[in-house]
Structures are given as structure tokens and as C-alpha cells.
Design a protein around this ligand. Structure first.
Ligand SMILES: *Cc1c(COP(=O)(O)O)cnc(C)c1O
Length: 376
């Protein structure tokens, strides 16, 4: 059994992928070829953002966003401690200061009250609250209603890290339009992934879009050997764009199938264990289906029984950012990051993708409920 079944997806569109890749080899425009523009346009249309600028990966997308906002030394950037390292890593890379914020135990996303306390820490330390990076963790959009308001009150930019959440919605609106800039990743295991590295940024702001387009190609001006600002080399390969075009065509259907799989898990497991919470008006793209066990010991037991039954499970993330060697001295919410710590000790993720058939899911659910009743 696969944790994420990329083979089933490939089998579904193999002929189309082959034709797309052949077409790129035939025209030979390996960098910034026509597929890149076509993909950006289709992606922008799908999510309703005015502009989509593709780039080399989701980490670069975050860094490009910080560069476009002129983030530098003396600026405070607020990030959740329960996330993948990229969200935080880009901040010191720009010479700015990351301030770690706690999460909500039910959604695993940034806690707006903790954000407010963290802003207080920045002001006390003489730093300028410049931007907040909420993460759409495990596919669920962050609490943008609350966070965007706090950002506006404090004159901060919002960079939505939707590496895991592209396609999620709030009140019918899709990720890509919630932050001043939204970023995503096409790493193979993400809900919309390519066959290598890839990323993109979204914005409704014309000037920002132009700036990002320049910055991803060495700060180009009217042409590429005219360098008007400091930029970087961060382009999406044409072959990856070609692959993504075919994957994008089936993405809405895959999102539906992920939702159906999540519904089965939630219906069958809800009485036995804490299932992921999706607030009213929100939809998740289920980058992960994440359970909260009662204790680390219970997690170890349940994962071992699943493994014995041939069911893969994973822990995302076993250590919050503030407990990582590289980030242990980061500034943080003065009340601590206790929820991030507790969640890191108890969560576990089940197989999730758009190709889980009913029998496989029943096998997973059966193994899980048996292991829970054995241990209780
Ligand atoms: C995967 C991921 C990234 C980085 O994406 P890459 O394409 O691997 O650089 C950033 N933030 C989050 C939350 C992620 O899950």
C-alpha cells in the first residue's frame, strides 16, 4: 500500500504526460517555454488570482515574496512553529527576524491570539512587525479572517504559505487570493505536484506581479541582460510545467476524491479518535489526513499495529521549529508554544490521495479501530 499513490495517478494520464514531454523536447524551449505561461494562466484562472508567477520551488516562492516586500534587517516576520522548515528558513536568509507563533490544537493552523502576543514581543525588541506567514497546514486554509485583520491593524503584509493547501477554500473562495501574496509548491508529494521541484506565487497586485517576474530572473528589466535590481535564478522548468498542465486538468476531480476519502475516514473513525477539524465554511485539499492520538505511547502503538497490517502512516511533524537546533533561540510567543509541542507529540497521518479505493480504506479503518480497542 502506498502512503501517496503517485503511480495510480501516472497510469491515469500516462499517454498525455508522454505527449506533453515529447512536445517540449520537440520545440526545445526548456526554459520559460510556452507551457510555463499556459500553466500560469490556467492556475490563475482556477484560483481566481489576477497573476500567477511560477518559480523553482515553494521555498524560493516564500523568499521571493519577502524580497518583493523589501524585507530586511530590523523586520519581524511571524511564522507558526508547527510547520515545515521552509516557512521559517527564508526569514533569516533575508536578514530579518522570525518570531514563532503557536497553533490552534484543532486546525493545526496559526492561533491569532498567539500572533497578537508575538507582535508585542517584536515591538518590545525594537523590531518592525513587517509580515505574517500563515500556513495552510495539511491542506486546510489558515484563519485568514482573523489574521488579515490583525495584519491590517499592524501595517503588516500577509504571505499565505499554501504549499500544502492550494485548492482549499473559505466561503467558496480559493487559496491564492487570501494573502497579499500566496505561495505554493509543486514538490511531488504535495496535492498538486510535478516530477521534480516547482513553485508559484499569486497576487492581485499588478506592480507586485511585475516585480516578482523580474526578481525570479536575476532582477531583469526590459530584457534579461538588463539588470535593474537584485534578483535570483528561480524559474519553473518547461518540462515541469508541461507535466503540471496534465496534472492540473485532473486536479479538481482529485480534490473531490480526496474529500470523499476524508469523509470515509471521518465517518468511520470519529467515534474512536480525534479526527481533523474543518471549520464551517472551509474546505481542505487534504494534503494530509491527520489524527490526534491520546499520547505519544498510543501513537507508537497505533502506528506499529498499522505497520503490521501493511498500512503506512507518517508523523508530520514530530518536532516543532523551536525545538530544532537551527531555530532554538528564535523569539516567540511569551506564553510559549505549548500547543505546537503537544501536537507534535501526538499527531499521525494516514494514507491520503485521490486513488484510495473502498476496500483499501476499509482495511485501514479496520486495522486502526482494532488497534484502538486493543489498547483501551
Ligand atoms: C513543502 C513546503 C514548503 C516548501 O516547498 P518546496 O517546494 O519543497 O521548497 C514550504 N512550506 C510548506 C508548509 C511546505 O509544506
Amino acid at each position: 500500500m502506498q502512503f501517496i499513490d503517485l503511480e495510480a495517478q501516472q497510469a491515469r494520464i500516462k499517454d498525455k504526460l508522454d505527449a506533453r514531454i515529447q512536445a517540449v523536447m520537440a520545440h526545445g524551449k526548456y526554459i520559460m517555454g510556452p507551457e510555463v505561461r499556459e500553466f500560469e494562466e490556467k492556475l490563475a484562472v482556477l484560483c481566481g488570482a489576477k497573476h500567477c508567477i511560477s518559480c523553482a520551488n515553494g521555498t524560493d516562492a516564500l523568499q521571493l515574496a519577502l524580497m518583493a516586500f523589501g524585507i530586511r534587517t530590523g523586520d519581524a516576520i511571524f511564522v507558526p512553529s508547527f510547520t515545515f522548515a521552509s516557512t521559517v528558513e527564508v526569514v533569516p536568509c533575508m536578514g530579518a527576524t522570525a518570531i514563532l507563533v503557536d497553533i490552534d490544537a484543532r486546525t493545526f493552523n496559526m492561533d491569532p491570539e498567539s500572533l497578537k502576543r508575538a507582535i508585542g514581543v517584536a515591538r518590545k525588541s525594537g523590531l518592525r512587525p513587517a509580515a505574517v506567514i500563515p500556513v495552510d497546514l495539511f491542506g486546510l486554509p489558515a484563519n485568514y479572517h482573523a489574521i488579515n485583520q490583525i495584519a491590517a491593524e499592524n501595517g503588516m503584509k500577509v504571505i499565505a504559505d499554501s504549499a500544502q493547501g492550494f485548492g482549499g477554500t473559505i466561503d467558496g473562495r480559493m487559496t491564492g487570493t487570501f494573502g497579499d501574496i500566496t505561495t505554493t509548491s509543486f514538490f511531488p508529494a504535495k496535492p498538486l505536484g510535478c516530477y521534480g521541484d516547482g513553485g508559484a506565487l499569486f497576487t492581485d497586485d499588478d506592480a507586485l506581479a511585475e516585480l516578482l517576474d523580474s526578481m525570479r530572473v536575476h532582477g531583469k528589466g526590459s530584457e534579461k541582460y538588463d539588470n535593474v535590481r537584485i534578483g535570483m535564478n528561480s524559474r519553473l522548468d518547461t518540462i515541469q510545467a508541461a507535466i503540471l498542465l496534465e496534472k492540473l486538468a485532473i486536479y479538481p476531480d482529485e480534490i473531490e476524491k480526496r474529500q470523499q476519502a476524508a469523509d470515509v475516514y471521518s465517518r468511520e473513525l470519529g467515534e474512536h479518535i480525534t479526527i481533523p477539524h474543518v471549520p464551517a465554511g472551509y474546505t481542505s485539499v487534504w494534503a494530509q489526513y491527520t489524527l490526534t492520538t491520546g499520547s505519544t505511547d498510543e501513537r507508537i502503538r497505533v502506528m506499529a499495529s498499522l505497520k503490521a497490517a501493511g498500512v503506512p502512516s507518517m508523523v508530520y511533524y514530530s518536532r516543532p521549529i523551536h525545538l530544532q537546533e537551527a531555530y532554538k533561540s528564535c523569539l516567540r510567543d511569551p506564553q510559549g508554544l505549548g500547543v505546537s509541542e503537544a501536537i507534535a507529540e501526538t499527531v499521525m497521518c494516514l494514507p491520503m490521495h485521490g486513488y484510495l479505493d473502498a476496500d483499501t480504506q476499509q482495511h485501514i479503518v479496520g486495522a486502526l479501530t482494532r488497534s484502538l480497542s486493543d489498547s483501551s
